[in-house]
Design a protein around this ligand. Structure first.
Ligand SMILES: *Cc1c(COP(=O)(O)O)cnc(C)c1O
Length: 318
């Protein structure tokens, strides 16, 4: 699962988690879907942005387990692009057999979902709801597990990790990782590159979830506030809106390593990584692991963000 990118940068390939086109939500869903099954659910529901990777992985997991899946998708970007609204993850949601309904921006989406679930339960459905991003203590256990796996892999090959970097959004990935690293006494600084909220808010969200996750794991108090560090300088205009740095990172990874990033998450995470390398925050000789959280399915909904990506007029030259 490791992939050597340059001399001192390694990629942990959670874009290759196996379901559908992969991604980090699959690890959280291993725990969440088990809980759904244990509760006897016949349907799962979750919510996310139009191009939610989490929604698509939930749809894929439900298909695999023979459960129904219903999605609530929030129009967070206002994009009218046909590919954005129908291709990429949206196409895959339907391909995996999920049903979906849209919501305008700015609603309390978890509350919206609970309302729809309550109506479905009245008709006899056994609905298990999953919060946005699968980011509750149950889901975050998937990333506690990932921290253990990463340390084992590093130990097996004698790799000392100086930094671990990844894109952070709904906070479950970073919360699980920080708990896992602390519980294992691993002294590896973890840096989340934000894709939506400002730094203070993002760190607070991660910390609060980490506290609850540590309790669930049986290691209360293992994480302190100072362990949670996010850099939210690479969000750009907002969630789901591509940035020049993110597009540069996607192009670099595709052309140098044949690794696919995405404009919403992993591209912005890698943009932060690249910029911090250039600025010398990661020093020469230090070994940095970039956790690739997936997202490549959304590339096909963002083709117009690339200079060759104009879909209306095919180009034969250049
Ligand atoms: C959801 C997601 C993230 C962020 O993970 P969180 O656990 O929500 O913080 C990062 N990258 C990709 C591709 C994602 O889909």
């Amino acid at each position: 699962m490791f992939f050597a990118f340059a001399r001192k940068i390694w990629i942990k390939r959670d874009d290759c988690t196996g379901l559908s086109t992969g991604g980090n939500k699959t690890r959280k869903l291993e725990f969440l879907m088990a809980e759904a099954q244990a509760e006897g659910a016949d349907m799962v529901m979750t919510q996310g942005a139009t191009q939610s990777n989490h929604a698509r992985q939930t749809a894929a997991f439900a298909a695999k387990l023979g459960m129904d899946c219903h999605l609530l998708l929030e129009d967070r970007t206002g994009s009218k692009d046909a590919n954005y609204n129908h291709n990429g993850n949206v196409f895959l949601d339907h391909l995996h057999g999920a049903t979906a309904e849209m919501r305008g921006p700015g609603l309390d989406m978890n509350a919206e979902m609970e309302n729809v679930a309550a109506d479905l339960r009245k008709t006899g459905r056994k609905v298990y709801t999953i919060v946005g991003g699968g980011s509750n203590p149950t889901g975050a256990l998937g990333y506690v597990d990932c921290a253990f796996e990463l340390l084992n892999q590093a130990n097996q090959r004698g790799l000392v990790i100086d930094h671990l970097v990844h894109a952070t959004g709904s906070a479950g990935t970073q919360a699980g990782l920080v708990v896992g690293l602390r519980a294992m006494n691993a002294n590896i600084p973890l840096l989340g590159i934000g894709v939506r909220a400002p730094k203070e808010k993002q760190e607070e969200n991660v910390y609060n979830l980490a506290v609850k996750t540590a309790e669930k794991l049986g290691c209360p108090g293992v994480v302190s506030r100072g362990d949670v560090v996010a850099n939210c300088d690479y969000v750009g205009e907002g969630y789901g809106i591509p940035t020049p740095g993110g597009i540069e990172a996607i192009n670099l990874f595709a052309r140098l390593e044949a690794v696919l990033l995405d404009p919403v998450y992993s591209g912005k995470g890698a943009a932060g990584l690249i910029d911090l390398v250039r600025k010398g925050q990661f020093k020469k000789g230090e070994r940095v692991v970039f956790l690739h959280t997936g997202g490549s399915a959304s590339l096909f909904s963002y083709t117009t963000a690339f200079e060759f990506g104009e879909t209306s007029s095919p180009q034969t030259t250049k």
